[in-house]
Ligand binder design. Structure first.
Ligand code: SD4
Length: 332
């Protein structure tokens, strides 16, 4: 039985290898496709982000409209949510883990494929900026826990208490039952993933979160992990994620979406396929949310999610828009 399965899989793989290149070259070479590509007029700059982050996209836009680089726009935009005490999923004011410690994950990617990240970092309010320092000032790409905090302090970041009274109160209430039940779109959302293209057409991205509320100590989600919570390829575009990080990690979601765009899918089609991969490999998909947003180098964007309720914010041509995402599970 095992052998038969192996032979079947091997022959399918063989078929895939034989067929895929001709499909790809066919798709890019037809006259129809050439016209379709030509009709997309890039309108730069543009910034898109998970959820309805008006202030964050505005801050990013203000950098972009002055001709600033996409990497600066990303850092400025993400910092807005990190500083917002009312956002209990990002930075200062983030919900703690089950032991009451606020631990933060963030990453950033630039147009040159540079990547910097921190995971499980405590006491520093702006992990996106620390991630950028990791990318620009160290020979490494990812620092964790105490090491990340120590590096941040060496770089001039100040230590502060990130557990607000409101977050502490909510955590103490949670502790009464200590039940871990992420509720779709109510608890555990508002991670910011942001993608921006500047006037030169260069794309960068960032993603920052305090992760799932009341997670186990030491738990790291998708947000700071290259290819999962974020991926940027300046020749193709970028993608970023929000929601149940474990599911995004298992499918390397953002990398998958960028690779699908490279093969000719639109950002919308690529996001839909990213969600489909998760849903089809997990019969529990009704119990969690994942949302993706993608942006290609033509300035086209797309978004998709498992459950309704997700949406993205966009700033382009001086105008801010909120776009409601379609979902795999349609509302009854
Ligand atoms: C995580 N993806 O740590 C994050 C959580 C999230 O909005 O996106 N919340 O798994």
């Amino acid at each position: 039985m095992k052998r038969r399965n192996f032979i079947k899989r091997a022959s399918l793989t063989g078929l895939g290898l034989a067929v895929a290149p001709s499909i790809i070259s066919c798709e890019t070479e037809t006259e129809k496709d050439k016209k379709a590509i030509a009709t997309v007029t890039p309108v730069f700059p543009i910034v898109v982000a998970t959820w309805n982050f008006k202030n964050a996209t505005k801050a990013a836009w203000e950098v972009l409209e002055k001709g600033g680089a996409s990497i600066d726009a990303i850092e400025a935009g993400c910092r807005v949510e990190e500083a917002d005490l009312k956002n209990t999923t990002v930075g200062n004011g983030g919900s703690p883990d089950r032991d009451g410690n606020v631990t933060l994950d963030a990453c950033i990617m630039n147009k040159d494929g540079g990547y910097g990240a921190v995971v499980c970092m405590e006491n520093i309010a702006h992990p996106i900026s620390v991630a950028r320092k990791v990318m620009e000032e160290t020979p490494h790409v990812l620092l964790a826990g105490k090491g990340a905090e120590q590096f941040a302090v060496e770089q001039g970041f100040k230590r502060e208490n990130l557990l607000t009274e409101a977050s502490k109160k909510a955590w103490l209430k949670w502790k009464e039952k200590s039940e871990y039940k992420p509720i779709i779109n109510i608890e555990n959302h508002d991670t910011i993933g942001m993608l921006a293209i500047d006037k030169n057409g260069d794309i960068s991205g960032g993603c920052t979160t305090s992760g799932m509320a009341y997670k186990m100590a030491g738990r790291v989600g998708d947000s700071a992990i290259i290819g999962s919570g974020l991926f940027i390829d300046n020749s193709v575009g970028g993608a970023t994620a929000t929601g149940m990080g474990e599911e995004v990690l298992k499918t390397v979601g953002s990398f998958l979406i960028v690779e699908l765009m490279r093969q000719g899918r639109t950002p919308q089609e690529a996001c839909e396929e990213g969600v489909r991969r998760i849903v089809e490999s997990n019969p529990n998909y009704t119990n969690f949310q994942v949302g993706y947003v993608a942006l290609n180098k033509q300035g086209e964007y797309g978004c998709y999610c498992v459950h309704g309720g997700f949406g993205i914010s966009k700033y382009q041509e001086g105008k801010q828009t909120y776009i409601k995402s379609n979902s795999y599970i349609k509302k009854a």
